[in-house]
Design a protein around this ligand. Sequence first.
Ligand code: NAI
Length: 300
Amino acid sequence: MSGPVGFDGRVVIVTGAGHGIGRAHAFMLAEHGARVVVNDVGGAVDGTGSSGAAEQVVQEIRALGGTAVASTDSVATVEGGAALVRRAMEEFGRVDAVIHNAGILRDRTFGKMTDEDVTAVLDVHLGGAFNVLRPAWKHMVEQRYGRIVLTTSASGLLGTFGQSSYAAAKAGLIGLMNVLSLEGARHGICVNTLSPTAATRMTEGMLGDLADRFDPRHVAAVATFLASERCELNRHILTVGGGRVGRIFLGVTPGWYSGPEPASPGDVAESIEEICSIEDYIVPRSGEDEVALIMKVLGA
Ligand code: NAI
């Protein structure tokens, strides 16, 4: 039913691979021939503490005949990201793909969160992407090949009560993907994003009776494809969980045209239905596509 996705000799960094979804990514990548850098600080769901989770995963992968090394660097700092990429280079001499999956949760309503709750979450999810990808990018550009997989969430794309910092960080990753996919295309780098749902310690008690249907390996199969040579997709958000894989996208409508003179607020109020209609939307591939749509509406 399926062919190989191509990892011979390729080196993949997986952040947050000590538990849950990232752990499943690491196993599946190794099973398909990738050399894996298993990165994890081994903390609790809220990011506190540390353990030998990464080393444990590495031992298990090796026992199955795979190739992996551990890194306990925190992606939340510039130094940690640099050390992680250095580890891959020293051990394997290249970095072909990065799956940025590390994450923490500090759920609190907006009025109750502390400064530390905000920065801790932004630093791992969004800062982590910059901290790891900036040093990795250099190598990808030099070798004219790279695959980047980011991890967003339904919370970031659609909203979940009590998750403002988490959602903002996860939505920020979409902005990062949009730009890196444009900048990377000419260097052979594809950048895509996963929006997963899986039964892990992060979702404990949230998936109800069907939790056992949400095996993280469903997500790992898609991540492994996106990190592979076989993947030529760029700038896509794939939503994955329980064996269902779909796409989430941002659409833009032609909207309402007020004419060459500025409209009055009352004109806007009267046209709001037409403005908000989702008929005839397009899925822009960059900001330029929306400018082109505006020009078309203006008849320019
Ligand atoms: P998890 O808690 O099992 O795994 C996250 C891993 O990231 C942990 O092993 C943790 O130690 C590691 N980590 C945290 N901070 C780190 C740091 N500074 N440096 C390196 N590693 C660090 O959670 P799960 O569910 O596997 O989540 C994986 C990713 O998927 C996260 O980004 C999460 O936000 C995202 N996600 C998960 C969903 C789900 O249904 N489980 C839903 C939507 C998004």
